[in-house]
Design a protein around this ligand. Structure first.
Ligand SMILES: Cc1cc2nc3c(=O)[nH]c(=O)nc-3n(C[C@H](O)[C@H](O)[C@H](O)COP(=O)(O)OP(=O)(O)OC[C@H]3O[C@@H](n4cnc5c(N)ncnc54)[C@H](O)[C@@H]3O)c2cc1C
Length: 300
């Protein structure tokens, strides 16, 4: 898989932007907020809720974080006025976490305040391990004042079970994912099955302590193990939801909905789709492999 991914990334600069755009079309709602809202509406017709993510390049100046915050405020307003069911997901570095944590906190507080006014919710995505401690510290400060904020923990990080121990008393709302960044074996599990076992251990620890869990995966084994866990713990639907990325695993998504579980789809959109897509593919060539295989298996 990595070989395929690396090959796709190597040849990416030769691929016309139009073609990258065509391939990205399944994974990105479009360039504008209208595109994002239209996608959320279509997902609603399939029985899914959504989380809108505004794509952006790396921010280098405080003013850029203010622009992104304004775009998210507009998104919250449009979600409310259009009546679609969606929350928002934000990357803390896009709001300034690695420039100035206080600036990031101020930006997030304004989003959380606006979201609370309309009964909405803000999810703080988790980025690479250099950001984990700062993100969780920020989350704890916000959680003290807001009920409508959630965070993400990554199953490949060896520290995650300890993080759960310190977070669960706060009755947190956590998305669990495997983790998408390339991390060193000193801090991250590398074995596929070990990551899955860690994933399920984390989901069980959080659900058993009364936390809400977003089970974010397209891995059938994890979905089936989660079904068993939900049965065993006799959980009602408002304690968890499944989450998937736009354009990935549509057949499994339908199966989960048909089985009577809630499904939220992560919907990225934004004018920066091209630089964002190519940067993410270069950061982790394994995604390029997934995208390439998915693209050709859908069409073969
Ligand atoms: C809703 C959601 C939010 C996420 N938020 C974060 C986050 O905040 N931080 C973070 O580090 N990671 C995040 N991720 C990514 C996650 O960490 C994984 O990298 C990704 O979901 C792949 O893991 P998997 O559990 O689907 O299993 P895998 O075994 O990697 O994938 C299972 C199958 O799904 C398909 N697939 C998976 N990912 C893709 C893709 N990108 N494109 C095309 N096909 C794919 C492939 O066919 C693959 O065989 C998120 C994922 C989801 C679903």
């Amino acid at each position: 898989m990595n070989l395929l991914g690396r090959a796709v990334v190597t040849f990416l600069p030769l691929v016309p932007r139009r073609v990258v755009g065509y391939i990205s079309r399944s994974y990105i709602a479009g360039e504008t907020l209208d595109d994002g809202i239209a996608q959320v509406r279509a997902l609603g017709e399939e029985g899914c809720t959504a989380s809108l993510d505004i794509l952006g390049e790396e921010v280098k100046r405080a003013e850029e974080t203010e622009v992104i915050t304004r775009h998210y405020l507009e998104a919250l307003a449009r979600i409310r006025s259009s009546g679609v069911v969606s929350n928002i997901s934000i990357k803390p570095t896009a709001l300034g976490l690695n420039l100035d944590p206080d600036l990031c906190e101020t930006n997030l507080r304004s989003l959380l305040t606006r979201a609370r006014e309309s009964g909405n919710f803000v999810r703080i995505d988790m980025e690479d391990s250099g950001m984990t401690t700062a993100t969780l510290d920020l989350y704890r400060r916000l959680r003290a004042d807001f009920d409508n904020v959630g965070v993400v923990l990554q199953a490949y990080l060896k520290r995650s079970m300890e993080d759960i121990e310190t977070l669960k008393a706060l009755k947190v709302n956590v998305r669990i994912c495997k983790g998408i960044y390339i991390e060193s074996p000193e801090i991250a599990w590398k074995d596929r099955q070990r990551i899955r076992d860690s994933y399920m251990e984390m989901v069980e620890a959080l659900l058993s302590s009364g936390c809400f869990v977003g089970i974010a995966t397209h891995d059938r084994q994890l979905v089936e193990r989660s079904f068993d866990l939900i049965d065993r713990l006799k959980l009602v639907q408002d304690r968890y939801e499944f989450q998937m990325l736009l354009g990935v695993g549509s057949a499994l998504r339908r199966e989960i909905i048909t089985a009577g579980h809630r499904m939220r789809v992560y919907v990225p959109f934004g004018a920066d789709w091209y630089s964002y897509s190519t940067r993410r593919l270069k950061e982790n060539p394994a995604i390029a492999g997934h995208v390439f295989r998915d693209f050709f298996s859908i069409r073969s």
